[in-house]
Every structure is written in C-alpha cells, then in structure tokens.
Design a protein around this ligand. Structure first.
Ligand SMILES: C[S@@+](CC[C@H](N)C(=O)[O-])C[C@H]1O[C@@H](n2cnc3c(N)ncnc32)[C@H](O)[C@@H]1O
Length: 335
C-alpha cells in the first residue's frame, strides 16, 4: 500500500470523499480535513494523480501529527528521521530533485546544514541527484495548519494535467469536475450550460462523465465561435441569451450545470436579483420534473432572494472558495 496526501477545493469535502471512494474503492482513509486527505491505496500514482477534482497529490515518505507549539525546524527533522524515499522511482534515468518546505501558505528558507542532511538521505536511498535549478522531482515538507506534517514527493508536477489557460472568469478544471459530479451524471442526461463561456464544464463532462446530449450557449459571439469546436452530433452550440433560451423546448433537459456571471469582471451595473430570477424562471421552463440544476455564484444574497420567487427546490448548498473568493454552489431540483 502507498500513502498519498491530496489537497482539493475547500468546502466540498463530502462530495470529494464520495467521488474518491467511487474512483478508488479500496482506499483506506487515514485523515480527512476540510481541504485535504491522507489515505493509503494500492492504486498506482498515475491513477491517483489523474483524478480530476484533486489539486495536488503527494506520495508520502513520512507523516506525523504535531503539537501546535512545535517549531517548523524540529517538525521537519522528525519527518526526515524515518522517511522512506525508496518507494517511488519514476520511469526515467538521471532523476534530479529539489527540496521545498512550506508552513501554512509560506515557503520557508532551509538552513544549509539541514538541507545537507536531507540531500544526503534522499541521494543515499534513491540515487537521485540534487539539482535545484533543473529538478525533475520535488520533495515537499508540508507543515499544515490542520496539525499534520507530510514529507512527500509532489506527483502533480510529473504528469501534465488538463492544460487550461487562465482567462478571467474561466473555471478551474477541478471545480468544473466537482460541479458535474454533484449533478449525478447519467448516460441518459440531456445537459445544459447556458453561460458556457470557454466551455470548462462541458469539456469536463465530455472527458469524464456520461451524457446523451449537451446544449451549450453564451451571449458572446467570439466565445460561441470557440465553443463550436465542440460541436458534434452529441453537442449543440448556440448563440443565445440565457434568459430567453428560444432554441430549447419546455422540459427538454434534465441537468443544468452552470456558472452565471457574478458581476466581478463584467456586468457591474446589473441588478443581480432580477437577472437571477429571470435566469431561474427560464431554467424552470426548460428543465424536466425532478431535473437537477447546479449553480455556482458568489452573489449568494441576490441568488437566494431570486430563488425564493421560484418553485425550484433547494436540495443542498456548499460554501467554497473559487480563486480565493467566497462562492456558493447550489443544488436545486425542479418540482
Ligand atoms: C462566469 S462566465 C462562465 C465561464 C465558464 N463557466 C467557463 O469556465 O468558461 C459567465 C458567462 O456568461 C456569459 N453571459 C453573460 N450574460 C449572459 C446572458 N444573458 N446569456 C448568456 N450568457 C451570458 C458571459 O459571456 C460569460 O461567458
């Protein structure tokens, strides 16, 4: 069994746990926190690192729980003492490595005499070469606010994840994945994202989740032109206002997963309660009875006021952070 430490988007621990147990049914969970998990698994690192809702994954060489008053230096020394570095040998020769120490969110300077000890130990056990400027692997000492300290190799650097550019307003792939997961994907789903933007949600759905048909629309013509690359007999892309989805018949979709505007980068003068009410009314029209609607927004006050003016049922809500901004995910059902 290998021990892994993984971090994920905060606030979604229950959903992440459910997804993880589905993808790696035989894992043994050692510790579970608000935005991280320590677990043992027979799974190879290639499988663990490919899980689309995980931010970072480390193969653990040692871990310990520490007393909050303990200094970072002595925690790191203790971690090093019984660390087992041999368990992970990447598929390449001439592996070079560097070392990072992080306490909370801060990277810590490593005193020369201590870095010497770490380098000797890793080199002896693995044969890897210390080369901080062109390292192929990184060993991280993570001293977490949860009271858990980890020493492990960072796996997320070894495999290129979904490439993703950083356009404003574009969703992180990890959150796109968990939003889709919350919609309870099924092979017969007729799926809609009426604020599709760069198409992060649809791309995730196509890659990782089943569906029968996907409808995507946006009000911006250049974005719709880009989305048209996804066009197929199972994906329909339309230029459309989400408040008037004229291309969709009543009760024609059963899953909506979307990230409407929050008024952060654009639409600063819009009255969001009114906008969200019109959006929800239109969703209510196109969604079948018992359909599921997943909405991510940071404008929870306006959204919740608008929701009260519809007959949609609030099934569950999750508070999370998206690019450092507080946001809420709403899971609604149509009745
Ligand atoms: C937050 S972004 C969605 C980003 C998308 N989830 C992604 O990751 O690329 C909101 C999108 O809503 C679109 N939009 C704004 N008002 C709209 C409206 N009335 N109807 C349809 N789309 C609209 C914007 O053009 C923008 O692409």
């Amino acid at each position: 069994m290998k021990t892994y430490f993984a971090t994920f988007i905060p606030g979604l621990s229950e959903a992440i746990k459910e997804a993880l147990l589905k993808d790696c049914p035989k894992i043994e969970i050692l510790k579970f926190f608000e935005s991280s998990i320590l677990f043992k698994s027979e799974d190879e690192y290639q499988h663990v690192v490919s899980l689309p809702y995980i931010n970072n994954v480390f193969l653990v060489a040692n871990h310990l729980h520490f007393d909050r008053n303990k200094k970072a230096g002595s925690i790191a020394k203790e971690l090093l003492k019984d660390a087992q570095f041999k368990q992970f040998i990447p598929n390449t020769k001439n592996v070079s490595f560097r070392i990072m120490i992080q306490k909370g969110a801060d990277l810590i300077h490593i005193p020369r005499e201590f870095s010497g000890k770490i380098i000797d130990k890793i080199t002896q056990q693995t044969g890897f070469v210390f080369a901080p400027l062109k390292a192929s692997v990184e060993y991280w000492f993570l001293i977490r606010n949860e009271g858990l300290a980890i020493l492990g190799i960072k796996l997320t650097n070894l495999i290129r994840r979904s490439p993703g550019d950083n356009q404003q307003g574009k969703l992180q792939p990890e959150i796109a994945n968990i939003l889709n997961f919350l919609s309870e994907p099924h092979k017969d789903d007729v799926y809609l994202d009426p604020f599709a933007g760069y198409g992060s949600l649809a791309k995730d759905r196509i890659l990782f989740n089943p569906y029968k048909h996907i409808y995507l629309s946006d009000i911006e013509k250049p974005l719709v032109e880009r989305l048209r690359k996804l066009n197929s007999d199972k994906v329909t892309v339309q230029l459309s206002d989400a408040l008037h989805l004229d291309y969709l018949k009543d009760k024609s979709v059963n899953k909506v997963v979307t990230d409407p505007p929050w008024g952060v980068y654009e639409m600063k003068n819009v009255r969001f309660e009114k906008f969200y009410k019109a959006m929800l009314n239109e969703m209510q029209r196109v969604v079948k009875t018992n359909g599921i609607i997943i909405i991510l927004t940071a404008r929870f006050k306006e959204f919740e006021k608008a929701l009260l003016q519809t007959t949609l049922h609030l099934f569950k809500k999750y508070s999370t952070l998206v690019n450092g901004k507080k946001a809420t995910i709403y899971k609604l059902t149509s009745v």
